[in-house]
Design a protein around this ligand. Structure first.
Ligand SMILES: [Zn+2]
Length: 414
């Protein structure tokens, strides 16, 4: 009888273990910092580490269901209510660096107590692609102890309390006290934005929070991202960066962003989208009417023209978004010829080849039929595959003529 009991217990344990292993399969790669430098005997450490792992598992379960408006994400339960209220999706800040971060190899660095209710965890994510041991990001994430246990809080929420604040129209600018805010440039940009909104047919905007930082490193630091694969890659240039996906009606930009309206236009388009996802053409609209990084459209068009002249083998009737480097170091539209898949067609940080092509299409539409035609392209193109159909319908250019039409347009106008 004793043997039977032991056997039953063993089977139950194995079953439970099996279920647990299956459920936590994705967590198998998380490794802990060396215990020599980490107090793993602490109860609070294990409470927070387990909490973090459960949160990552909830993210894993939510994956793929977030596009369903009826679906209530389970990972939101791990966040403080105020974060959900403030950001909409409270994961936006972390995800702006690394989208499904929980799917990558993790190196958990530890937990630190800041005061009686505030703790911070730090963790890092790696990938073995395109080469081994690629650091994707290091995150510092605060947790508050509440009556319902621990809850996650964004580092930006805590940091913004010490930021300077400036209100212009419906926009509240936030920036660290060391940042020199250019009020004149902001006023000019707000006027331009109002003019765009009026022409686009949008009246009234929800309040927007605009975060400005000296550079990317500072921005990421205030976001709780202490290391990022999107930083430290240009020894030649201060890399400009903006993002409109850091939370509900929140945008951010590096130095000089006061004069730019690109990210605002993304918010305006989102406000009229009725949940519709736009094609790649959305970037064309934002770049054309609101610039891309810190350069004018004329600068981008000139660059695209020269690149296409240098690479006559690229056929824009095949691909309007990517170009690939082939074995001879030439660019091609043919992805099967690609030897360096993610090598950018342009080698600098100011330009985006795919964006520039969409800017040309945007200008062609705007010059032909004004904002109405631009809006039709936006709303009547359900995805990137439909871009050629829309071009034929709205610009009267058949797919096989697109390559020649874009090249000729650039040659004649720029
Ligand atoms: Zn954009």
């Amino acid at each position: 009888m004793k043997h039977l009991k032991t056997y039953t217990l063993l089977v139950l344990l194995l079953m439970a273990g099996g279920v647990k292993m299956q459920a936590q399969d994705f967590q198998r790669r998380a490794s802990l910092r060396d215990p020599l430098f980490l107090d793993t005997t602490s109860m609070v450490f294990h409470e927070i580490y387990d909490f973090w792992q459960q949160y990552e598992y909830a993210q894993f379960l939510d994956y793929g269901r977030m596009s369903d408006p009826q679906y209530k994400p389970t990972n939101y339960d791990f966040w403080a209510d105020s974060e959900i209220e403030d950001y909409g999706n409270p994961n936006s800040i972390i995800q702006c660096n690394l989208l499904p971060f929980y799917a990558y190899e993790e190196y958990f660095m530890g937990v630190t107590k800041r005061n009686d209710t505030l703790y911070e965890l730090q963790t890092a994510f790696f990938d073995d692609f395109p080469s081994p041991k690629q650091l994707l990001g290091i995150f510092t994430i605060p947790l508050v102890r509440t009556a319902d246990g621990f809850k996650l809080v964004n580092k930006l929420t805590i940091n913004k309390r010490s930021f300077c604040k400036k209100q212009i129209g419906w926009i509240t600018y936030y920036y660290p006290s060391t940042y020199h805010f250019d009020e004149q440039a902001a006023n000019t940009a707000v006027s331009r934005l109002s003019a765009f909104a009026e022409e686009f047919g949008v009246d009234g905007m929800e309040p927007v929070e605009y975060y400005l930082f000296e550079n990317k490193t500072e921005m990421f630091h205030y976001f709780g991202i202490d290391g990022s694969c999107y930083d430290f890659y240009s020894a030649e240039t201060v890399v400009p960066y903006g993002n409109s996906k850091i939370g509900r009606n929140k945008i951010c930009y590096t130095k000089g962003g006061e004069s730019k309206i690109h990210e605002f236009i993304h918010l305006i388009l989102k406000s009229v989208s009725n949940g519709q996802r736009f094609s790649w053409f959305e970037e064309g609209v934002c770049c054309y009417f609101g610039e891309h990084v810190l350069q004018t459209k004329e600068w981008h068009f000139d660059k695209l023209k020269m690149f296409l002249n240098d690479n006559p083998q690229i056929d824009l009737s095949v691909d309007l978004i990517e170009a690939y480097m082939d074995a001879d170091g030439r660019y091609t539209h043919d992805s099967t010829q690609s030897v360096i898949k993610y090598k950018r067609p342009y080698s600098d940080v100011y330009s985006n080849y795919g964006y520039d092509i969409q800017m040309v299409i945007c200008e062609m539409l705007y010059k032909k039929g004004g904002m109405d035609l631009v809006k039709r392209m936006l709303f009547e193109t359900p995805n990137d595959r439909a871009l050629y159909d829309s071009i034929e319908r709205l610009l009267g250019i058949k797919r096989e003529q697109v390559n020649q039409a874009i090249r000729e347009y650039l040659r004649e106008k720029y």
